[in-house]
Design a protein around this ligand. Structure first.
Ligand code: SF4
Ligand code: SF4
Length: 371
């Protein structure tokens, strides 16, 4: 992919072509001059690696609306130097051997970038350690992704974990044989994240979500590139986006407060009885909204599944269950419950939720999984 048939350099034109391939073509074409200016003026390189994940966070980024990825590139002067998924062509062969230069072989390009250091590293997807410590459940070329991550992490000026898999292990962590972890956390445990596991040290910012919101990611990148400190919560998430519960500003909150918690997918009632986890999901989705601020999960009729939380998805499954028969909210401690109590006390209508959070209607005490 590139200017020429076999040119792998991720130039303006090749970036446009790659983005077009995943559905953002019209927008990209309309804004091509901005991209040209952005890349021409770039003074920081972005290296984007993907481990164990679905690629949805890349698709989400490329479909960003406000700021769109191109406006953001222009503003933050970011050069997308390497992207695992957009650089579809992995290299060309010369006389039966892989080309040995960075223009024609993406492995060489990546190695050059790693050697030069100072890039912003975005990790998408979890980092499996299995089987038996080899990391070979997730390969990147001839290397395990684990090996690649260990090589790439130290030279980064900052690491941004994009999406819940990269931040906490996410869906990949559901399968214990993979022994997958996020960059700095495995679920709620920082000690079991890949950084601690492999003895690495670096600044890590978690931008969870399944997928992550393009604005969260782009605004974090903008802050990083501008040299601003990002204020993080105990799970490494920017407080600016992940402090308030979805429930606090949900468009269905009025129905909840009126005890109308038996809404159906197709009506305007509260979705609590359908398993909504909005009271324990901390994200600004109701105010930011998705897809160009058009809507968000509960507005569109789907219960929040707490996709931004470290214990997602395991602690919140089945998604469409209130948890009366399951320990859905077991991975919480008193701080979490207190947050809900504060919100509930204000409106005087949240006792039901608090009771379930603190004890569970199964009578089981919460385990205090959050630290
Ligand atoms: S329980 Fe869910 S649907 Fe109901 S008000 Fe809270 S966030 Fe909205
Ligand atoms: S509303 Fe809930 S499930 Fe939907 S994106 Fe936000 S945190 Fe994730």
């Amino acid at each position: 992919m590139g200017e020429g048939k076999n040119d792998l350099t991720l130039t303006r034109r090749s970036f446009l072509a790659a983005a077009g391939a995943v559905g953002a073509a019209l927008f990209l074409k309309a804004n091509a001059p901005m991209v040209a200016a952005a890349i021409a003026d770039s003074n920081k390189k972005l290296v984007w690696l993907r481990g164990s994940g679905c690629g949805g966070c890349t698709a989400s980024l490329l479909n960003g609306g406000n700021p769109d990825v191109l406006s953001a590139l222009e503003k933050i002067r970011l050069e997308p130097a390497y992207h695992d998924e957009l650089m579809l062509q992995q290299g060309m062969f010369v006389d039966g051997s892989p080309a040995g230069d960075s223009t024609h072989n993406s492995n060489v390009l990546l190695q050059d970038l790693i050697d030069a250091e100072g890039y912003v590293l975005v990790v998408e997807g979890a980092i499996p350690d299995g089987p038996e410590g080899s990391g070979r459940y997730c390969m990147s070329g001839a290397m395990s992704f684990k090996e690649l991550f260990i090589e790439a992490a130290p030279g980064a000026s900052c690491i941004v974990a994009a999406g819940t898999c990269a931040a906490y292990g996410g869906v990949s962590r559901l399968f214990s044989t993979a022994e997958a972890a996020g960059v700095s956390f495995a679920g709620t445990s920082k000690g079991q994240g890949a950084m601690a596991r492999y003895g690495l040290e670096n600044t890590v910012i978690n931008v969870p979500g399944c997928p992550t919101h393009p604005e969260w990611l782009l605004l974090v990148l903008a802050d990083v590139l501008a040299g601003r400190d990002v204020d993080l919560d105990v799970y490494g998430r920017p407080k600016a986006f992940f402090s308030a519960a979805v429930h606090d500003s949900c468009p269905r909150r009025g129905a909840y407060d009126r005890a109308g918690r038996d809404g159906r997918f197709s009506d305007g009632g509260c979705l609590y009885a359908l398993g909504c986890k909005g009271p324990v999901a901390y994200a600004d989705c109701p105010t930011r909204r998705w897809n160009g601020a058009a809507s968000m999960c509960t507005q569109a009729g789907g219960p929040c599944i707490a996709c931004v939380e470290p214990s997602f998805p395991g602690a919140f499954m089945p998604f469409f269950s209130t948890g009366e028969s399951r320990d859905v909210f077991s991975d919480l401690n008193v701080d979490d419950v207190a947050k809900v109590i504060v919100g509930a006390a204000v409106v005087g209508a949240g006792i039901h939720a608090v009771k379930r959070l603190a004890i569970g209607e199964s009578g089981r005490e919460e385990k205090g999984g959050r630290k």
